[in-house]
Write a protein that binds this ligand. Structure first.
Ligand code: SAH
Length: 230
């Protein structure tokens, strides 16, 4: 199976590249794509750079040019739910864009005509993740992830996103990747380990926990890859 694994930042895919060992590289559309075989699968791995636009480019290329059959996103996020502590894992049940605002025309927040507010992730990939979590003895949280082109470091903004979208975590790429995969008809999965709590301390926490949380997410994703297609 051709599996795409993407992160937003270099730190999010470094643990994956270290694990797969050897790979070839291919430069295209402002990204480096790392290709290798892993077990019985062919992988294409990349980090997109931060935000919805760059992540949409990378996900599109992985679907269209690399023929990805499944896309797995691995990275870090700010926690909204009080149950989520730094280092905890959340898989997205659905994703939305918290910064989409054409409410002046009577539309709800997050809605674009001919689109949807919430894009749901693939049921089978979530079920596989739940199995992996049980076997690894990990508490895997499932919930809504809100995406926007903002690093949220404010209790007020975080509360607004929670109230408006019932979101459990927030980040800057998941919903755009979801939109791309949905439109290409590619099953996708978004996993994030919490790096901060999107509050006044978020910047400091993010810098402190980026690497360790990115590794938690990457390790889990690779375990999923090993079992895909079983
Ligand atoms: N320190 C980086 C910027 C990080 S932006 C620099 O200077 O270049 C935060 C990244 O982690 C994004 O890719 C986003 O998806 C995720 N993230 C983690 N915590 C977040 C938060 N509180 N708000 C928004 N995105 C967050």
């Amino acid at each position: 199976m051709k599996i795409a694994i993407m992160g937003a930042m270099r730190e999010e895919i470094t643990p994956i590249l270290e694990e797969v060992g050897s790979y070839s590289t291919f430069e295209h559309a402002g990204n480096i794509f790392y290709e290798c075989s892993y077990g019985e699968h062919d992988l294409v791995i990349a980090y997109s750079k931060i935000g919805k636009v760059f992540s949409a480019i990378t996900a599109s290329v992985m679907c269209e040019r690399f023929g990805a059959e499944v896309l797995l996103f691995s990275g870090v996020a700010g926690g909204i739910s009080k149950e989520l502590k730094i280092g905890d894992l959340i898989m997205a049940s659905a994703l939305c864009q918290h910064d989409v605002d054409i409410v002046a025309f009577g539309h709800p927040y997050g809605f674009i005509p001919e689109g949807v507010i919430m894009t749901e992730t693939n049921d089978e990939l979530r079920a596989l993740a739940a199995e992996v979590a049980v076997d690894m003895g990990i508490d895997l949280y499932e919930g809504i992830i809100a995406t926007g082109d903002q690093f949220v470091a404010s209790a007020e903004r975080k509360a607004w996103i929670e109230t408006t979208f019932h979101a459990d975590a927030l980040e800057m790429e998941g919903a755009s990747v979801a939109c791309v995969c949905h439109n290409f008809g590619i099953p996708f999965f978004v996993l994030r380990a919490i790096s901060d709590s999107a509050d006044g301390e978020a910047g400091i926490d993010f810098d402190t926990f980026l690497q360790s949380s990115a590794k938690v997410s990457a390790t889990f994703i690779l375990e999923m890859v090993k079992r895909l297609g079983d």
